[in-house]
Design a protein around this ligand. Structure first.
Ligand SMILES: NC(=O)c1ccc[n+]([C@@H]2O[C@H](COP(=O)([O-])OP(=O)(O)OC[C@H]3O[C@@H](n4cnc5c(N)ncnc54)[C@H](OP(=O)(O)O)[C@@H]3O)[C@@H](O)[C@H]2O)c1
Length: 266
């Protein structure tokens, strides 16, 4: 399973705004779109994709199962509903969005239900998001590491999440970095501004290039054509070892996605 390194995030984007972002993204060359049941925008994402004329088999579409749908009786029906909204027979990747709040359900139960969704052809691949090391160990025990196509976690210069990213990769599992721009905060950082200026690019491109050079997939979001375009061009930025080290020093454990049902982080 090849996950395109640069995807388009859609969190917070609703109605016409998400239609415009996905339409423009597809025009510019994005071929990987990241949505989720809880974003409330799967129908609009599906419409934008259908209207774009881009062939389904050249696209990589991810959705995520919301916490309320983790039960064995709910997971597959909820994914079928997502597919109907997205106007697709199959998504490329389905993630468990968060471990069950308070671990009210065992990891093995929802990972097995997700594997069953794959066996039924509803999704080409399966994966996880916001799993701690302990959750990931249980997921591996349930379905095997080879079945887990990616773990999607928050990573940006201010939350580098090294322990979790390193453990995930030590199991042979690919990592996708979400909120790769720290929701725009990277633009204000003096060190990222300095590196950006030296390369004639923006701090956003520096943050994305830093993630790409470590082998992570990235899914930045934007409502602006110019930002969508420049984020895609981050793949052309070549940071030096010194740049990479300077950015590594910016880690300050600043977590942005931390809802009250989040697990106990590593
Ligand atoms: N699995 C999970 O639990 C989880 C959690 C959070 C997010 N995600 C996924 O990750 C995606 C990305 O995270 P995110 O959308 O929260 O944050 P993000 O991509 O880090 O940042 C988006 C923000 O940065 C701004 N921006 C984008 N490109 C820019 C550029 N080139 N220059 C300056 N500003 C720029 C955007 O504003 P403009 O619109 O003005 O460009 C927007 O305010 C989400 O959309 C979602 O798909 C997953």
């Amino acid at each position: 399973m090849h996950i395109p390194a640069i995807g388009l995030g859609t969190f917070r984007l609703k109605d016409q705004q998400v239609i415009d972002s996905v339409t423009t993204g597809l025009e510019l060359g994005y071929r990987h779109i990241d949505t989720a049941q809880i974003y409330g925008n799967e129908a609009e994402v599906g419409k934008a994709i259908a209207d774009s004329g881009v062939a389904r088999d050249s696209l990589f579409v991810t959705t995520k199962i919301w916490t309320e749908n983790l039960g064995r009786d709910k997971l597959i029906p909820s994914l079928k509903e997502s597919l109907s909204k997205l106007r697709m027979d199959q998504v490329d990747l389905t993630l468990i969005h968060w471990p069950a709040p308070g671990d009210a359900l065992p990891v093995s139960a929802y990972m097995e239900a997700l594997a069953e969704a794959k066996a039924q052809g509803l999704t080409r691949a399966i994966g996880v998001s916001n799993f701690t090391i302990a959750h990931l160990r249980q997921a591996i025990d349930a379905v095997g590491a080879a079945e887990i196509a990616t773990q999607q976690i928050e990573i940006h210069p201010f939350l580098q999440n090294r322990k979790l990213a390193d453990f995930t990769r030590s199991q042979g599992i690919h990592v996708t970095a979400y909120m790769p721009l720290a929701y725009g905060k990277v633009m204000q950082d003096a060190e990222l501004q300095r590196i950006a200026q030296a390369h004639g690019v923006s701090p956003a491109q520096v943050s994305l290039a830093w993630l790409l050079q470590q082998g992570f997939a990235i899914i930045p979001s934007s409502t602006k054509r110019s930002n969508l375009e420049s984020n895609l061009r981050a793949a052309d930025v070549a940071l030096s070892d010194a740049d990479m080290q300077a950015i590594a020093a910016l880690d300050r454990n600043e977590r942005l996605a931390n809802p009250d049902f989040a697990p106990r982080w590593d």
